[in-house]
Design a protein around this ligand. Structure first.
Ligand code: C5P
Length: 220
């Protein structure tokens, strides 16, 4: 059986993992899994369906039946493009609140593992290296100071035309991190065999080059 290589990139909110994962996948021509998008999709779909954040059964059942389609940089929910809608901070916060429920996580496991296809996969999230792909060839855990992350998230949102306030972002980031780290189900933490990378004072390209070098990519 061919083992398909996976590179996992986990880390807290706005640590730069999405951008780094994207560029590493491009450099290697690998597939990309943005697992946070799945939790955001469940958040958006459940809000629209009027399913409460504590209705674990309803949320898990919705997650199992999630009708999503991914394209390069775009995502559709039941045929409607929601690429921008899932990026709203409110949707991220709702995603974090529903991601604490183990049955919701279980409902998304097979969907996430299905992204593992030749020639390889770069997967970013919170539990890619610890739970979803424990046998990944390379595991990276990105960190950055909360101030650096708030600044980046602010820029990302403004660039997308979404209004934002830096103080609110800092507060949201801290409370989201706290919840993601302290939950019982798949808490945010580095896998034991993960490489730690603090990107506070790094450019994206430096971080990408480091990941490619750890992976042993030709020319890195
Ligand atoms: O990474 P992103 O900000 O898009 O993720 C939104 C939320 O989804 C996170 O705050 C986290 O609670 C949850 N999540 C998770 N496990 C993942 C990816 C995201 O619990 N693998």
């Amino acid at each position: 059986m061919t083992i398909v290589d996976v590179i996992t990139i986990d880390g807290p909110t706005a640590s730069g993992k999405g951008t780094v994962a994207h560029k590493v996948a491009d450099a290697l021509s690998f597939h990309l899994l943005d697992s946070g998008a799945l939790y955001r999709l469940v958040a958006l779909a459940s809000e629209r369906a009027g399913i409460g954040m504590q209705d674990v059964e309803g949320l898990a059942s919705l997650a199992t039946r999630l009708d999503v389609k991914f394209g390069p940089d775009r995502v559709w929910l039941r045929g409607e493009e929601v690429s921008l809608a899932i990026r709203a901070e409110a949707t991220g916060n709702r995603a974090s609140a529903i991601a604490v429920h183990q049955p919701v996580r279980d409902a998304l496991t097979a969907l996430q593992r299905g992204f593992r296809k030749l020639p390889g996969l770069v997967a970013d999230g919170r539990d890619m290296g610890t739970v979803i792909f424990p046998d990944a060839r390379l595991k990276v855990f990105l960190t950055a100071s909360v101030e650096a992350r708030a600044r980046r998230r602010y820029k990302q949102l403004i660039d997308k035309g979404i209004s934002a306030n830096i103080e609110d972002l800092l507060r949201d980031l801290e409370s989201r991190d706290q919840r993601d780290r302290s939950r019982a189900a798949a808490p945010l933490r580095p896998a034991e065999d993960a490489h730690l990378l603090d990107t506070s004072d790094m450019t994206v390209d430096q971080a990408v080059a480091q990941v490619l070098q750890w992976y042993g990519a030709p020319g890195s």
